[in-house]
Design a protein around this ligand. Structure first.
Ligand code: GLA
Length: 366
């Protein structure tokens, strides 16, 4: 290299360096990069803030301006027995969000999982529709009134649509005891309890058929019955080599045509082969090392996804990850325990992965 080439190289490096510096000064974290576009959320678990160490807490407050409670607001943890309420974790979650300027969302009021049987029992017999509705109303109203004004929106109902193409609704105890209007009733009680609350329907695979059409049918029915559904949550538990880009865009367009906003509510990208959920949890753990090749493929897929989200930023109001980093993901333990998965933007030590760099660049033109 001669002196001239050396000086040109230095100037280039300094210029690139100062551009990077300028970028770093304006963009503090993911939430700042997307500040004009949509909220960036994460599921938060345990009893906040003690459930996270100092580095993890810094990661949360740097990158996320929205949150979802991972477990504590589900039906069983909230009211394990009729009239026995457990508010401690949920109160701590809401306080933490408020103290850290994080928009708190609620999850979830009606779900078939993590839901105690007492809702559906009357002594030794099945409870009547009237009794189940009374209990549902009481459950929803108690929670919504307690957190009124501190939670922006609720996943009122989670995963009520059937995976099969034959059935409309999933066969649950809610459907069995209340009937076909069980979803409507939950939304009605939530809306009555807090008319200012944003109402969300949340589910997986609703970006594709057979669930997409049924979701559209449900959203139309709810709206025609006077329920102002605010948003639909596409969970987004996707797999590295099977991200449904085309269906996703179609779904965003079709949901927004109903004048309903879209949230990506539980985003992660599984890098391990999925095994049947019936595989025993004790089956040997599958691991896949996070090789540079794998991380690059994941970065490319995340970049494509966020390019779609960014393009539809007028419709998408929140993109939330299901966990803060690869140490905090349900995919380490599902469908079998003790896996070593890498589905999020930060590694097990909370350090940014190539996918993070790819995602944060999108609003700056990729
Ligand atoms: C579903 C639920 C979430 C969470 C995730 C993964 O998608 O909505 O609450 O349980 O599964 O664990």
């Amino acid at each position: 290299m001669n002196r001239r080439e050396f000086l040109i190289g230095m100037a280039g490096a300094m210029c690139a360096g100062s551009l990077r510096l300028a970028h770093a000064q304006t963009v503090q974290g993911l939430k700042d990069a997307y500040a004009k576009d949509f909220l960036i959320g994460s599921a938060l678990g345990g009893h906040l803030p003690n459930s996270y160490n100092a580095k993890e807490l810094a990661l949360i407050t740097t990158h996320f301006n929205a949150a979802t409670p991972e477990v504590c607001m589900k039906p069983r943890p909230m009211q394990p027995k009729e009239g026995t309420w457990r508010f401690a974790d949920a109160d701590a979650y809401v306080d933490f969000c408020q103290k850290n300027s994080i928009v708190a969302f609620g999850h979830t009021l009606m779900w078939h999982e993590d839901c105690p049987d007492w809702f559906f029992e009357d002594g030794k017999t099945t409870a009547s529709r009237k009794l189940v509705l009374e209990r549902l109303r009481n459950h929803i109203q108690t929670i919504l009134l307690r957190y009124k004004g501190r939670i922006r929106g609720w996943d009122v109902v989670n995963e009520a649509i059937s995976d099969s193409s034959k059935d409309y609704f999933r066969k649950t105890k809610w459907l069995e005891t209340i009937g076909d209007d069980h979803v409507y009733q939950a939304f009605k009680f939530a809306h009555e309890a807090d008319p200012g609350m944003q109402l969300q329907y949340n589910d997986y695979s609703i970006e594709r058929e057979p669930k997409r059409s049924k979701t559209i049918k449900l959203l139309k029915e709810l709206k025609s019955k006077g329920i102002p559904v605010t948003a639909v949550g596409i969970q987004g538990h996707w797999q590295l080599d099977n991200v449904p880009f085309t269906d996703l865009e179609k779904a965003i367009n079709e949901f927004s045509a109903l004048d309903i906003k879209v949230m990506i509510s539980e985003l992660d990208m599984d890098v391990l082969p999925r095994r049947s959920p019936t595989t025993p949890a004790s089956a040997p753990a599958k691991t896949q090392p996070a090789t540079p090749e794998l991380l690059k493929r994941q970065a490319d897929q995340y970049a494509k996804l966020f390019a779609i989200f960014y393009k539809h930023r007028g419709v998408i109001t929140r993109v939330a990850f299901w966990g803060i980093d690869d140490a905090h993901t349900w995919l380490n333990n599902w469908p079998t325990r003790g896996r070593y998965n890498h589905p999020l933007l930060f590694d097990r030590n909370g350090n940014p992965k190539p996918a993070y760099d790819a995602v944060i660049r999108i609003p700056q033109g990729g």
